[in-house]
Design a protein around this ligand. Structure first.
Ligand SMILES: Nc1ncnc2c1ncn2[C@@H]1O[C@H](COP(=O)(O)OP(=O)(O)OP(=O)(O)O)[C@@H](O)[C@H]1O
Ligand SMILES: [Mg+2]
Length: 275
């Protein structure tokens, strides 16, 4: 899997570093969260991981080997590791929704009927089947975002980087994306997700890296990392609601909202029927 070893990156030669000596191992979970405030360096990390940028210092490793930046090797690599860009306009370029999703599959020279099946399934999974024939450039931001996600999941890569997958999506679509990610994890895919939505990351990720000003602030298992109040605050973040309820409300720490509700119901029952 992917690893960063002493990675620093500067956008301009001799300029300030947007990434500072990062060591990250993406073997540490099947769904890894990348957290940090605006400008922390999340997208820059992803672009280095995918070989779109080359680290100024340090190396990116895939399956134990340093990334090769030759065109053919990068194409091979990107058939296994792909990314949903933060800005859907960076990814969407074809005329209508289904042709856009089919584009990368056509490049893989898959048979027409297989492409058709994958496109239909991806559209269904992200709830855009009704938009199949619509021109992409007239869609809303949230709709474009879903087209971008569909295009990537249709490719069926083993590792998928999601840069802010729920930004601009409404609450019900955020829930649908959560379910979709859970399905991808159940299928054995490795996911790496950047987000400002702490509740979302807390719900779906099993390991988390926290970045601030291009440097690593802390890392660890999801349920442990968010208890590091100072580190989270210094990184400009606010813990997920279930962690806040635990820290400030004296309630046990739960991973799922339903577990909290079950606990509260039980407490209320105890009050109604004291032994
Ligand atoms: N093309 C660029 N040229 C120069 N500097 C850039 C460029 N893209 C990003 N930066 C700078 O690099 C730093 C990291 O930016 P990056 O986009 O990686 O942050 P981010 O964590 O993804 O932020 P956001 O949450 O807003 O998406 C910022 O200081 C940003 O201004
Ligand atoms: Mg970003």
């Amino acid at each position: 899997m992917l690893k960063l070893e002493n990675v620093s990156y500067s956008y301009q030669k001799g300029g300030a570093y947007a990434l500072k000596n990062l060591n990250m191992d993406f073997n540490k979970g099947s769904c890894i969260g990348l957290l940090g405030e605006n400008g922390a360096g999340k997208s820059t990390i992803f672009l280095n991981m995918l070989g779109i940028y080359k680290p100024t210092k340090g190396k990116v490793y895939y399956k134990g080997k340093p990334l090769s930046y030759k065109k053919k090797d990068l194409n091979d690599f990107r058939s296994k590791v792909s990314m949903v860009f933060q800005d859907p306009d960076q990814q969407i370029f074809y005329s209508n929704v289904q042709e856009d999703i089919a584009f990368a599959l056509k490049n893989l020279r898959l048979p027409e009927n297989v492409i058709e099946e994958k496109v239909q399934k991806a559209m269904k999974d992200v709830g855009i089947s009704h938009l199949a024939d619509r021109p992409v450039h007239y869609l809303s931001y949230g709709q474009k975002k879903r087209v971008a996600i569909a295009g990537i999941i249709a490719m069926d890569c083993e590792t998928i980087l999601f840069d802010e997958p729920t930004a601009g999506l409404d609450p019900s679509m955020t829930e649908a994306i959560k379910d979709l990610l859970a399905q991808l994890i159940a299928q054995g895919k490795n996911l790496i997700i950047s987000s400002h939505d702490m509740d979302f990351i807390y719900d779906v990720c099993d390991y988390v890296y926290v970045i601030s000003h291009g440097a690593l602030v802390t890392e660890g298992k999801t349920e442990e990392v968010f208890l590091e109040e100072k580190a989270i605050q210094d990184a400009g973040l606010i813990p997920p609601s279930l962690v806040r309820v635990h820290l400030h409300g004296g309630i046990p720490l739960f991973r799922k909202e339903e577990e909290l509700y079950a606990y509260l119901r039980k407490q209320n029952k105890k009050k109604e029927m004291p032994d």
